[in-house]
Design a binder for this molecule. Structure first.
Ligand code: EPU
Length: 435
């Protein structure tokens, strides 16, 4: 991998590179404008899709994150040449000469499994490490495997790897029993050049998925039903090269919107698509925030202490699981009791114990948290345990009295571009230090 901007190798960062911490002095109202970066979860499948057609692909507005760097490293292992120049990511997949996505990389980022479908589509073979569990539970990939099997991929698990040889993908009719973002993207990428027609039912309609479909269509794929729960994909022989701009990150946008509400400040989110995070905006309005939506900007203004809100995570267009932790931080200081339920990931609650260290009163029973809002949080050393949990801790720290030190911030660096810098620009007192 060539990189115009240096970064520690993604695969070793969690073990060997120095770990940074964020030190936040609470009590500042955030105000100003913040430019929202490209979406991590939209960029990763498009990066994978570059494997389908050999040549030089161009992706703009790619966020510079540990996860996009890790994905670039995975593509590099397969023989692709990846170059970052500012937010332009150029991926040359002319000489893809390996089908192996190694454990060392996949274990740091499960989205690496996205290379499976494109490798089978282009080379008829793949050897992709089976992702292990993650910080909040098992997160299986059975739907990816069952869908690919229905398309003719006889995949075996060998020594921890998903292995396919001599695969020729063909059309099928596959119904997802659970709506899955990743498995929908996987099968879409596998189906676009498969022989015949693939019908996928109960697919994900998250913007990241719909946009992936649009990118593929722009390259010559024939996909009907984008944005609905049924996709009909007529296989084509070849795809053209990708030249696209990644959509704005709706979760980053919603996180900054939550920062405005929790601090009682006023933040204008620039370069956003408001419809993509409407469910989060509505909850923040319920919490007392004032939201002004414009074409590609949203201004969110908090009004003192937030009100309690009940939240149940759902697939798009419902409230996203990727905002559950941040909303819990808001609920922690709300006036009243909030009930927060995660129906997508039943164990995604590692932030609860850390928010409690800041003084939050949260009772967790299975996948439901009852949050009794307190008037004040108080700063403490806490540990980031996963990406969105880290963002929740940063939000808590912004309103906690005194100093909060958030260690293991590499989790945050997986998915928020220049987060500390953006917070500082909005008036927060944040310092990145080495642990
Ligand atoms: N599931 C299965 N079998 C599968 C696949 C999924 O049972 O084969 C289950 C999962 O365990 C979960 C549900 O289906 O209960 C939905 O999971 P999904 O497949 O939709 O999640 P994903 O594709 O692995 C993406 C995002 C996550 C986000 C989820 C849900 C990327 C790279 N990741 O994961 O983002 O939480 O969709 O919206 O797009 C994050 O950014 O912090 C993050 C974790």
């Amino acid at each position: 991998m060539e990189a115009a901007t240096p970064m520690p190798p993604a695969d070793t960062a969690t073990e060997k590179a120095p770990m940074d911490a964020l030190v936040i002095q609470g009590g500042r109202r955030l105000s100003g404008r913040v430019a929202i970066s490209g979406a991590k979860n939209a960029a990763l499948p498009v990066m994978a899709a570059t494997l389908i057609a050999p040549g030089v692909h161009k992706l703009r507005n790619v966020p510079d994150l540990r996860d996009t760097r890790t994905f670039a490293a995975v593509l590099g292992k397969l023989g692709a040449k990846v170059r970052f120049e500012g937010d332009l990511c150029t991926i040359d997949t002319t000489h893809v000469n390996s089908v192996e996505a190694p454990y060392e990389l996949v274990k740091t980022m499960r989205a690496s499994i996205y290379v499976l479908g494109p490798l089978l589509a282009r080379l008829g073979g793949a050897k992709v490490s089976l992702p292990g569990g993650c910080a909040w539970g098992p997160r299986p990939v059975n739907l990816h495997l069952a869908g690919l099997a229905a398309m003719g991929a006889n995949l075996e698990i060998e020594h921890g790897y998903i292995v396919g040889r001599g695969v020729k993908l063909h059309g099928t009719h596959f119904t997802f029993d659970i709506v899955s973002v990743g498995a929908t993207a996987q099968l879409m990428m596998a189906a676009v050049t498969a022989q015949g027609t693939t019908v996928l039912d109960n697919v994900a309609i998250e913007p990241d998925i719909t946009v992936l479909g649009e990118v593929l269509v722009a390259c010559g794929a024939r996909i009907d039903g984008l944005g609905t729960r049924r996709l009909v994909i007529h296989g084509v022989r070849d795809l053209k090269l990708i030249d696209t701009t990644i959509i704005p990150d709706r979760i980053e946008a919603a996180t900054f919107a939550a920062a405005a509400v929790i601090t009682g400040g006023s933040i204008t989110l620039e370069r956003v698509i408001p419809d993509h995070f409407e469910a989060a905006l509505r909850k923040l309005e319920e919490a007392g925030g004032n939201v002004v939506r414009e074409h590609d900007e949203v201004t969110v203004t908090g009004r003192g202490r937030p009100e309690a809100v009940d939240v149940t995570t759902q697939v798009f267009p419902g409230f996203p699981t990727d905002m559950q932790a941040q909303m819990m931080a808001v609920a922690s200081i709300a006036n009243g009791t909030s009930v927060i339920e995660d129906t997508i990931y039943l164990d995604r609650f590692s932030h609860v114990a850390e928010l409690q260290r800041l003084g939050a009163r949260i009772e967790l029973k299975n996948n439901v948290a009852v949050v009794k809002g307190v008037e004040k949080l108080s700063g403490a050393p806490v540990m980031a345990t996963d990406l969105r949990a880290s963002a929740a801790l940063a939000l808590g720290a912004l309103v906690a009295e005194g100093e909060t030190r958030i260690s293991r911030i590499y989790h945050l660096d997986r998915g928020y571009e220049k987060f500390d810098h953006k917070l500082t620009q909005l008036g927060a007192r944040v310092e990145r230090v080495q642990e």
